[in-house]
Design a protein around this ligand. Structure first.
Ligand SMILES: Cc1cc2nc3c(=O)[nH]c(=O)nc-3n(C[C@H](O)[C@H](O)[C@H](O)COP(=O)(O)OP(=O)(O)OC[C@H]3O[C@@H](n4cnc5c(N)ncnc54)[C@H](O)[C@@H]3O)c2cc1C
Length: 450
């Protein structure tokens, strides 16, 4: 591949930083432009969601860049979902029975900093902070950046890779090339918002609830989750409709918030001393899915990460999918000699997979807030665990998506949905129990049909 062309990466968030690092490692001429200040020097928010679940697809890409070990040493393993019922009972639903199959809670800030530090070890001045891509001109041959000093700089004879997130300016540029490019675009908002709150440490800086789990308070139409942080805090996130009887609209006084929490999350109330103040101080975030195509324009612009495919967070895969973009891009660099062909292959390979994980994330929202508390679903999960124990080659839909980067999101979705349907039908009878012999029959029948 021609290394003489300058590569401009718009956005040094999670995906842009990993991509920049990998391209620098491979000897490309890379500069990153990041609209925010340097989070290592100024106290700025790292962006949406304080911590994230990192799993095998993301880890595989971090390993490629040699930063997996450092990142994982800052993460907390979560081996299953800890369900908090309305009456305060706890039930752990492990993600897998195989060793090594857990997800990892990692701070967005820590992850971003490790990636940016690694970039600067190779090229100290690679990242330009407070520098924003504002537009693209001259048939995508001139990229216009507004710098910290409000100067307008333009760059020519370069490739632009837009990793500038869900509200991407690079994507807007492709949109504006319509009808020439025939750009397809959809943005679908959920009727739900989210609010991040804190569960502080207990006495002597201890974790006040199970450390190695992703906590869920499923309440049918809404839910709260909490992920652990290394400082023994948890970041709790409430997902709630904007409007209606139980909604953000109605939680507009301290009294209404406390009543709501006492009714639906009573075991969490004593753990959240700053609930009332944080509820008003912290913003309500929006949840939306972006689908678009094509992801590139000739050999001039390519989209990656949330800029190409923003998804809702209920499979914990948005960042993992973006990191997998980098992994696939790196593989394709070995196969193509022209940027145009590479961009085309990349989009062709990744688009069905990004659409699949977007759809799976929407399904999983219903599963997390509602189905995990449903007896048929719980029975099916138990049956699946028994199958996994007896037949290690059996992977649930969740495990296919989360722990099998060798299987594409699309294939995981197709296979996983068929398995789910098969097992849910069996579990409709809540009194049914299965012995060893019946498990053999179920497994054999399932693999012959799927
Ligand atoms: C509540 C919530 C929870 C989530 N949980 C998970 C999870 O558990 N696991 C998971 O895998 N994913 C999760 N995600 C998704 C994850 O946050 C995103 O998929 C991920 O951040 C995408 O990375 P990115 O680099 O593409 O975009 P971003 O992280 O948004 O980074 C984009 C960067 O570009 C910069 N930028 C923007 N515009 C410009 C411009 N014009 N010029 C220059 N720079 C610009 C921004 O400042 C930012 O630094 C979650 C998302 C949300 C909202």
């Amino acid at each position: 591949m021609d290394k003489s062309k300058k590569i401009i990466i718009a956005g040094s968030g999670l995906v842009g930083s990993l991509l920049g690092l990998r391209l620098l490692q491979r000897g490309f001429d890379v500069s990153l432009f990041e609209s925010r200040a340097d989070m290592r020097k100024e106290n700025i928010s790292a962006g949406r969601s304080i911590n994230l679940a990192l799993s095998h697809r993301g880890i595989r890409a971090l390993k490629l860049a040699g930063v997996d070990e450092e990142i994982l040493s800052n993460a907390i393993q979560m081996s299953g979902r800890m369900i908090h019922t309305l009456d305060g009972q706890l039930a752990l639903q492990p993600y897998s029975t195989r060793p090594g199959e857990f997800i990892n809670s990692i701070s967005r800030r820590t992850l971003n900093i490790i990636l940016m530090d690694a970039i600067e070890k190779i090229k100290p001045d690679a990242i330009h902070f407070k520098s924003k891509l504002i537009r693209v001109e001259n048939d995508c041959q001139r990229f216009v950046i507004e710098t910290e000093q409000k100067e307008i700089k333009s760059m020519e004879n370069a490739i632009l890779i837009g990793t500038d997130g869900a509200a991407s300016v690079a994507r807007k540029t492709l949109f504006e090339l319509t009808p020439h490019l025939r750009f397809n675009y959809s943005q679908t908002f959920q009727n739900y918002g989210y609010k991040e709150l804190t569960i502080p440490p207990g006495k002597d800086n201890t974790f006040v609830i199970e450390k190695n789990a992703l906590h869920i308070w499923p309440r049918g139409n809404f839910m709260m989750i909490a992920l652990p942080n290394p400082d023994a805090t948890y970041t709790a996130t409430l997902f709630l409709p904007y409007h209606g009887e139980l909604s953000f609209d109605r939680l507009d006084t301290k009294k209404s918030i406390m009543e709501f929490y006492q009714t639906y999350f009573s075991d969490a109330v004593p753990l959240m001393p700053d609930l009332e103040s944080e509820f008003f101080e912290h913003p309500t975030g929006h949840l939306y899915t972006v689908k678009c195509s094509p992801w590139h324009y000739e050999d001039k612009i390519l989209l990656m990460g949330d800029a190409a495919h923003a998804i809702i967070p209920f499979y914990g895969q948005g960042m993992n999918c973006g990191f997998e973009d980098v992994f696939v891009f790196d593989e394709l660099l070995n196969q193509h000699m022209s940027w145009n062909n590479l961009f085309e292959s990349f989009s062709k390979l990744r688009k069905p997979n990004a659409d699949a994980i977007a759809d799976l994330a929407e399904d999983n929202f219903i599963e997390m807030r509602d189905k995990v508390a449903d007896p048929v679903f719980q029975k099916k999960r138990q049956l699946e665990m028994n199958l996994e124990k007896k037949f290690p080659e059996y992977y649930s839909k969740y495990a296919l998506v989360t722990f099998r980067p060798d299987i594409s999101y699309y294939d995981a979705m197709v296979k996983g949905r068929k398995q789910d349907e098969f097992l849910m039908n069996l579990c409709a009878d809540l009194n049914k129990e299965w012995g060893e012999k019946e498990l053999d029959e179920i497994f054999n029948s399932m693999i012959s049909q799927i």
